[in-house]
Write a protein that binds this ligand. Structure first.
Ligand SMILES: Nc1ncnc2c1ncn2[C@@H]1O[C@H](COP(=O)(O)OP(=O)(O)OP(=O)(O)O)[C@@H](O)[C@H]1O
Length: 415
């Protein structure tokens, strides 16, 4: 803790009744935000599209001028100082990196240090240091132009540029929004590593709640006009959402998390009529009629799903199953996650996928309906657990208050 405090290079940010009315709009886009962000803290602003996250963020470096309210950085009121001077103290990284296309990587990173008059040698050193910091080999990337970089590399350079002049505050507006999920995951890991070293004050906008949970020391869940629904640690928001709006927001992320945490073995696996290669065609017909369905699963001699057979396929089979039916291309095991199962079901034209055992043998089938029902049930159970947890907390708090009152009275009665 002491180490951390010594290493903090960030600054306290205070937003005091900060409001933005865009010209011609009836309602303010941001209505009286009050927020205090500690030095070295990473705070994530999340909320639905259009709720005012970016407007709030951009008022901090006055890319958007507030209509009223104050911004203080390390106690200094910066609401009316020269915005250019202010922006030198605040790094800014945005989605799709915002690099200047006609400048090399090095020139992009050097921009702010140059503007504030650093000597050339110091700038050169700093550019190398920054490239190193964000995991890009200076020899390889120094002279490249942004178009010669992948999306992830561009984002890295964007972060390097934002940090180049060593600002105490870093504002990030969906910086990883435009890269693929795997690169995004890497960039998030790198930001965590960087922040571990640097302890800047970071305000980060996203509408991805999972990203917020991963990166934030605290998360501000915003509703329309940047009204704060809850401002707390990720754990507190997950376990004790303050109202339905917040649980709805957590829920959206929870659904996906749930899909990753739940296995096929935990949901209902349906049975479909099966036949094997050796069954006579007449018997197969009879089976289909008997079960009243339209489809059968043909298994190979080792009981593994082989083909889907429909009534029409059988009609056209002309005595042999060799060419009839549609090959089974996907199957999942009972250990697969529901996310894998969903992927397979979505890829399948008829929206179902066979479940197989350890040796690939047929076990059953999951379809879209089963998956949807299961996920709904699981989420409902999660919601009930969260409500119960909240109820328990409220009871505990009421009990504490009662105790305090009683001991107060007791104290008062003592001579
Ligand atoms: N320049 C502008 N002029 C007028 N209205 C604006 C302007 N910029 C944003 N708005 C409005 O202000 C509100 C907040 O916008 P803002 O971009 O801050 O939201 P956001 O939460 O960042 O949204 P998103 O997640 O979609 O990026 C929206 O209703 C938007 O339409």
């Amino acid at each position: 803790m002491d180490d951390r405090q010594r290493a903090v290079t960030g600054a306290v940010i205070e937003l005091d009744d900060l409001t933005k009315r865009y010209p011609g709009s009836q309602q303010p886009a941001v209505d009286g935000v009050n927020m205090e962000i500690a030095a070295g803290e990473t705070v994530i602003l999340v909320g639905p599209s259009g709720c005012g996250k970016s407007t709030t963020l951009r008022m901090i470096n006055r890319l958007i001028e507030p209509s009223s309210g104050r911004i203080r950085i390390d106690g200094e009121d910066v609401t009316d100082i020269d915005p250019v001077r202010l922006r030198r103290r605040i790094g800014y990284a945005i989605q799709s990196s915002g690099l200047f296309p006609h400048m090399t990587v090095a020139e992009n990173i050097a921009q702010v240090p140059k503007m504030i008059g650093w000597p050339k040698a110091r700038i050169r050193e700093r550019v190398e240091e920054m490239l190193d910091l964000v995991g890009l080999d200076p020899r390889e990337f120094h002279h490249r132009y942004p178009r010669q970089l992948s999306g992830g590399q561009q984002q890295r350079v964007g972060v390097a540029r934002a940090l180049a002049a060593d600002p105490p505050v870093l504002l990030m507006d969906e910086p990883f929004g435009a890269v693929d999920p795997i690169t995004r995951d890497h960039l998030q890991d790198e930001l965590i590593r960087l922040q571990h070293e640097l302890h800047k004050t970071i305000v980060f906008v996203t509408h991805d709640f999972d990203e917020a949970i991963k990166l934030g020391d605290r998360i501000a869940v915003l509703r329309e006009q940047s009204h704060i629904a809850q401002f707390d640690t990720p754990e507190a928001i997950l376990t004790n959402p303050s109202d339905d709006f917040v649980s709805g927001f957590v829920g959206a992320g929870a659904a996906l998390k749930r899909l990753n945490l739940t296995r096929v073995r935990d949901v209902t696996i349906e049975d479909v009529p099966t036949v094997t290669m050796d069954d006579p065609l007449q018997e197969i017909f009879d089976k289909l009629r008997e079960r009243g369905g339209n489809e059968l699963l043909l298994l190979d001699r080792r009981q593994r799903p082989y083909k889907w057979l429909r009534r029409g396929d059988l009609m056209r089979a002309k005595g042999s199953l060799a060419r009839a039916g549609t090959l089974v291309t996907h199957h999942v095991t009972r250990d697969a996650t529901l996310r894998d199962a969903l992927e397979a079901v979505l890829t399948d034209s008829a929206g179902r996928v066979p479940v197989t055992g350890r040796r690939g043998e047929y076990v059953g089938v999951v379809d879209m309906e089963t998956l949807l029902n299961s996920v709904h049930r699981l989420l409902e159970a999660d919601r009930m657990a969260a409500l119960e947890h909240r109820h328990d907390l409220e009871e505990a708090r009421a009990h504490q208050t009662q105790q305090r009152l009683e001991s107060g009275f007791a104290g008062g009665e003592r001579p």
